[in-house]
Ligand binder design. Structure first.
Ligand SMILES: NC(=O)NCCC[C@H](N)C(=O)O
Length: 414
């Protein structure tokens, strides 16, 4: 079953209108996931902090949990695309191969000779082997044998990484984000994730399915991560600014979205710069057209700087209370916050375990981790249907269902 899932190929082209995403909750048609693979097996107690995991996951179980997540989505009619499949397909294009090899070979680490040897090795392997190397990384002992002596090889520990693994590919939310009918390749803040966008970039550039997809945020210079970008309503974006997305990233993304006509209002929302709240979607996600689930501790002190187009430039207002600014921009009376009414300790525990990080499959229908018993119960009391998935191993990367998914196509809200 799992092998079949991993090998399911996405159709190269799909008939019908171009895919687009204008909201957080429009019925989900197509989503990009990454089934965790051998890259998770690279995690050890010595490197897990640097690789942004809070522990060392049991990989087989993480895969089972992820397969179950994908099945829940499929059971609701969602087309699930798997990043590894898209990558292999894209790498059949020689231009993609060159870009992929270029992204993996770090001359500063390898030195000129070893870098050349690795370049020619990676250029000669099959698209699937190259995809595996790009995702899983390579240790020095896995490098191909080469002619001549290499001081670099001699002086590195055999288990040192010659090419870093990408265990956070699991969190497809962060490395690309769709706004309207365009995709933005983001700019990830942490060195451990930097190379992920080279892969999303080449998938969208060279997989035939995306041949007609335009780009947003072409500069992708200053850090912006997809977990910070919420499409509150058509034309209304919220962008968290904190540990990952910087003020410069938010401004640059906002200017680009406003100039391209993809948004009329962008709300830049400061969030605490710490791991527990690394992205806006760790404290707030939409569960219905006019409702969010939100970490109670931030409810009354989330503010926003509304950014709007003004001629060739922008105007910036605020700071103003986030909920009011959001409702005004969305053209609704009120943005409801599901009242979880949790005591502060339970709220803090469930926030840490991504209780507020839900993925909407449709208005009022969300996927959530089962372990967040109290938050889920309150969502249901408020009329939100919760599809529970287990995430004991997946959660060790500190991300929930929204983090693990990048919607590519959602139906318009009626
Ligand atoms: N949108 C999200 O909140 N994504 C979770 C990313 C977790 C990952 N281990 C990271 O630290 O970047």
């Amino acid at each position: 079953m799992t092998a079949e899932i991993a090998q399911t190929q996405a159709p190269d082209a799909v008939p019908g209108p171009a895919p687009r995403v204008d909201s957080e909750v429009g019925p989900l048609r197509t989503v990009l996931l990454h089934r965790p693979g051998a890259e998770l097996k690279r995690l050890t107690p010595r490197n897990n902090d640097q690789l942004l995991f809070d522990g060392v996951p049991w990989v087989d179980r993480a895969q089972e949990e992820h397969d179950a997540f994908a099945e829940v989505l499929r059971s609701r009619g969602v087309e699930v695309l798997l990043l590894a499949d898209l990558l292999v397909k894209a790498l059949h294009d020689d231009r993609a191969r060159i870009a992929g090899v270029h992204s993996a070979v770090n001359e500063r680490r390898l030195g000129i000779d070893l870098a050349d040897a690795l370049r020619s090795h990676l250029s000669s392997v099959s698209p699937r082997q190259l995809a595996t190397a790009l995702m899983t990384g390579m240790t020095f002992e896995e490098l191909p044998a080469a002619e001549g002596a290499s001081l670099v090889r001699r002086m590195h520990h055999p288990h040192d990484f010659a090419v870093d693994p990408l265990p956070n590919l699991l969190f497809t939310r962060d490395s690309s984000v769709w706004v309207g009918d365009r995709v933005a390749i983001t700019s990830l803040a942490m060195p451990a994730r930097d190379r992920e966008t080279a892969l999303t970039d080449l998938i969208y550039a060279y997989h035939p399915r995306f041949a007609k997809t335009g780009r947003a945020y072409g500069a992708h210079s200053a850090p912006v991560e997809g977990g910070d970008v919420l499409l509150l309503a058509p034309g209304v974006l919220a962008i968290g600014v904190g540990e990952r997305t910087t003020p410069a990233g938010a401004e640059s993304f906002a200017r680009s979205a406003l100039a391209d006509g993809l948004a009329h209002t962008v709300l830049a929302v400061p969030i605490t710069q710490e791991r527990a709240t690394m992205h806006l979607d760790t404290v707030c996600t939409m569960v219905d057209r006019d409702a969010v689930v939100m970490y109670p501790a931030v409810r009354d002190n989330l503010f926003a700087y509304p950014v709007r187009a003004d001629g060739d430039g922008v105007v910036v207002e605020g700071p103003v209370p986030f909920l009011e600014a959001a409702a005004e921009a969305m053209g609704i009376d009120r943005l409801r916050v599901i009242d979880t009414g949790l005591d502060p300790v339970t709220a803090e525990r469930e926030q840490w375990d991504d209780g507020n990080n839900t993925l909407a499959v449709a208005p009022g229908l969300v996927v959530a981790y089962e372990r967040n018993v109290e938050t889920n119960a309150r969502l249901e009391e408020a009329g939100v249907e919760v599809l529970r998935i287990s995430g004991s191993e997946l959660g060790s990367g500190r991300g929930g269902p929204r983090c693990m998914s990048c919607p590519i196509d959602r139906m318009a809200l009626k």
